[in-house]
Design a protein around this ligand. Structure first.
Ligand code: PLP
Length: 400
């Protein structure tokens, strides 16, 4: 048995695991029976078509991971080596790594305190006060580098407040690349996440709401960008017979086997989202009266998919998120802190550091709880009991 913090225990309740069904077996068997297992085949096209249909439009290009999708999305959006791209600091590291793969430099902005997403006001402050327009380009005054794109990340299933982000981007001539990897099915003011910026990326990694084992998708309304994305993700082949290439491409294709899994999963997206929302609502209700526990909120303009239920553990709870993680681990419940804010990451220690106090505050208190689509009521009760028995009730909090 592993004693690593956050590792699942035998017989324990994992943080988030895929839910697989008969349809997955059926489609994967179809691949095996037909011999189409590799990076071409009918399920790849079908997965692209069905994701696009689900989003109500846009050309979709399948990729081997969400991170690969982000890399190529940045390239087709015109991000060049030496440019800067604005990213929310409160995110998994993948989008910032993708910026680096493009030879560009991430600039991290703070999260807003209510929904923990990129703060449009922080973005505006950076663009208005720390940048200047020179020679037809927006430049970061401190570094002299051109700022070419904004990369909002819809974290934990909840959308970013996109209208002010889009306004700022239009005003300064920046491309908007949405990282929608955690939020497939979410809506912003009625519009699907992934259809709000110039190009968007999805992930079908094992912990996402739809998994293909591993995989990603680039979605854009711009036919030329989609064409270029397909070109770059397939080794930039100019003559597929003679193997002539004019530039350096990537082998970022999704396999038919993975797409088969993805197609089966996508068919049940609505049921999965309903399960996620039910799990989140049950947690929210159970912790509503508990001092010091603050759950995720959903904005009035948002339809969140509640991808990974996360709670903030405040002083009044009589514990902190590290002790609570250990206490839950001892009871067989796997939990996880949020990602270290990227402006604090040793991986980006070479960059000028901008203050992001909100993200730091959220990070210091946040703990994600088991949120698998297949989480049973009994298991969720076990998680809730474990949380309640490891934190202090109102009477105890008031008696202090
Ligand atoms: C999962 C994820 C990605 C992409 O992940 P892959 O594992 O490469 O598919 C990108 N950004 C965020 C915020 C993610 O959570």
């Amino acid at each position: 048995m592993s004693s690593e913090p956050g590792a699942p225990l035998a017989g324990g309740i994992p943080l988030s695991v895929p839910s697989l069904d008969a349809r997955e077996w059926e489609y994967v068997k179809e691949c095996l029976d037909s011999g189409w297992v590799s990076s071409a085949g009918p399920f790849v096209d079908r997965f692209e078509r069905e994701l696009s249909a689900r989003l109500g439009g846009g050309a979709a290009v399948a990729t081997v991971t969400g991170t690969a999708a982000l890399h190529v999305a940045l390239l087709v959006a015109g991000v060049q080596s030496g440019d800067e791209v604005v990213v929310s600091t409160l995110s998994f590291i993948a989008p910032a790594n993708a910026v680096r793969y493009a030879g560009a430099v991430p600039v991290f902005v703070d999260a807003e305190p209510s929904y923990w997403q990129m703060d449009p006001a922080a973005l505006r402050t950076f663009l208005e006060e720390e940048c200047e327009t020179a020679g037809g380009a927006l430049r970061n005054r401190r570094t002299g580098r051109r700022v070419s794109a904004v990369l909002p990340v819809h974290v934990l299933g909840h959308p970013v407040d996109m209208d002010p982000v889009l306004d700022a981007a239009r005003r300064f001539g920046l491309a908007v690349v949405e990282d929608a990897t955690e939020s497939l099915g979410a809506r912003y003011k009625g519009r699907p996440v992934g259809r709000l910026g110039d190009v968007a990326c999805f992930s079908f990694n094992g912990n996402k709401v739809v998994t293909s084992g591993g995989g990603g998708m680039i979605v854009t309304d711009r036919a030329d960008w989609a064409r270029r994305a397909r070109y770059l993700t397939t080794q930039a082949k100019d003559d597929p017979v003679e193997y002539v290439h004019r530039e350096t491409g990537f082998n970022y294709r999704l396999t038919n086997l993975q797409a088969a899994l993805g197609c089966a999963q996508l068919e049940r997206l609505d049921a999965k989202i309903a399960a996620k929302r039910r799990i989140a609502a049950t947690y929210a209700q159970a912790f509503a009266e508990r001092p010091g526990l603050t759950g995720m909120k959903t904005a009035a303009w948002a339809e969140s998919i509640a991808w990974l239920y996360t709670v903030l553990v405040g002083d009044e709870a009589g514990t902190d998120r590290r002790s609570l993680l250990a206490a839950l681990q001892a009871q067989g419940v796997q939990t996880r802190p949020l990602w270290q804010p990227l402006h604090r990451s040793p991986a980006f220690a070479d960059l000028p550091r901008r203050p992001c106090p909100v993200a730091e505050r959220i990070h210091s208190a946040a703990l994600s709880l088991p949120s698998s689509v297949g989480l049973t009521e009994t298991d969720q009760e076990r998680v809730i009991d474990a949380v309640l028995s490891s934190t202090r009730g109102r009477a105890a909090a008031e008696a202090r």
